[in-house]
Design a protein around this ligand. Structure first.
Ligand code: COA
Length: 385
């Protein structure tokens, strides 16, 4: 298998971006990434775009063709990748495999979603299509309600508290306040989080990621091309993907996301490292309980101790293991198809030492973790300078 590096990154502002369309957002992120890599469009061998639901949010299908065409990259082979909120992470993995196999040398991977043109009630329904339609969403289950069930059980089994759920949001909003591309660039107090309105008990407004527009893009290259193009290539040393039961009713334990455990194990094995070697991580915090469960399932903390780790400041920007320095899905925003690629943009920016006010000191190895739905899919990547 050939070595693969990230040689360019680009990202748009995340938020309610009513003046930008899906194609404009993708192209903006793409141009930034290609300029960052110093790669002209003619040298691109393949294009992958993570997008969950363009067909539903803006009634635009055939995203792969649209992006290749509007991006001026014709006739490059272009592929749309869909796996709910893990679409972006999975697109990165497809790009990695294309280069590792020798089929391509330079690949552009984008991720995009334009969510805020739809009404809130429509959006909730479109997102719920990533749950089990027959047994969950048809009966009224939404993602806030599914994660609320996971939160309630975690509280019952391990004593996780409402304060701990809320402190994830306080931390991630602090990090987001330092990120000029974040959807929410303001701090929140514990009191404000704990008094915000219920969305699905015990989850409140500030325990949820928002509905966002945005795009992100990375340029990947084979070892020889990476050395030619970049003085500071960031190597992808581990990659893991796993599937889990699509519905939470079908799981032995809803306090664990099996796909996260298995994708993490594969990525650590490929990188030849353990969770102790990770300096920081971008973790899928679509709801604050998800961050707590996932930092346990990735092996950073024992099962049941994720909330305590947040409370003790271990996962803060200046803690032993910073989690979600970008602000995470909670504050940076969650344009679903873009999220997995945006996590990689943050990991690379941190490892290059270019994260400005949210820079983590002496970061050598970073991990990204992206989930589809309530855990039907998980993708983990590990990066090194
Ligand atoms: N956190 C903090 N503030 C939020 C927010 C969030 N997640 N979502 C919206 N807001 C704010 C808005 O900025 C707005 O503030 P303003 O009045 O000061 O301008 C206010 O709340 C109302 O915004 P609105 O868009 O009307 O909110 P809503 O009630 O329609 O939606 C949620 C709120 C939580 C239901 C929605 O953000 C949501 O569904 N989030 C989860 C998305 C999801 O499931 N993603 C997939 C995960 S698997």
């Amino acid at each position: 298998m050939r070595k693969v590096a990230v040689v360019g990154v680009g990202i748009t502002r995340f938020g309610e971006l009513w003046n930008s369309s899906l194609r404009n957002l993708t192209i903006e992120a793409g141009i930034k990434a290609l300029n960052d890599a110093g790669v002209p469009g003619e040298r691109v061998d393949a294009l992958y775009t993570g997008c969950m639901s363009g067909d539903m949010f803006i009634k635009q299908g055939h995203i792969a063709s649209l992006i290749a065409d509007y991006g001026g990259l014709l006739p490059v082979p272009s592929t749309r990748v869909e796996s709910a909120c893990a679409s972006g992470g999975l697109a990165v993995r497809q790009g990695l495999m294309a280069i590792a196999s020798g089929m391509a040398n330079i690949v552009v991977v984008g991720g995009v979603e334009k969510m805020t043109d739809a009404l809130g009630s429509q959006t909730t329904g479109y997102l719920a299509s990533a749950a089990d339609q027959e047994w969950e969403s048809f009966n009224g289950a939404t993602f806030p309600s599914l994660y609320a069930l996971m939160a309630r059980r975690h509280m019952y089994e391990y004593g996780t508290t409402e304060e701990q759920l809320s402190l994830v949001a306080v931390k991630n909003h602090h990090n987001g306040s330092l990120n000029p591309n974040a959807h929410f660039q303001f701090e929140v107090s514990l009191e404000k989080v704990m008094n915000s309105s219920f969305v699905a008990d015990p989850l409140r407004l500030f325990h949820c990621s928002p509905v966002s527009d945005g795009a992100a893009c990375v340029v990947l290259a084979s070892e020889d091309k990476a050395k030619e193009l970049s003085d500071d290539p960031i190597w992808i040393i581990g990659s893991g993907q796993a599937s889990g039961a699509i519905g939470i009713y079908d799981r032995d334990d809803i306090c664990t996301i099996d796909s996260t455990v298995n994708a993490g194990k594969s990525a650590y094995k490929m990188a030849g490292i353990t969770p102790k070697d990770i300096d920081f991580a971008e973790v899928h915090d679509c709801f604050t309980i998800a961050e707590i469960i996932n930092i346990e399932d990735l092996g950073f903390f024992k099962k049941g101790e994720g909330g305590k780790a947040v409370e003790e400041g271990i996962t803060s920007l200046d803690g032993e293991l910073p989690i979600n320095p970008s602000g995470g899905l909670k504050a940076k925003g969650h344009p679903v198809g873009a999220t997995g690629v945006a996590q990689v943009v943050e990991a690379v920016t941190q490892l290059r030492g270019k994260a400005g006010k949210r820079q983590i000191k002496d970061a050598e190895i970073g991990l990204t973790h992206n989930i589809g739905g309530s855990g039907g899919t998980a993708v983990v990547h590990i990066f090194s300078r």
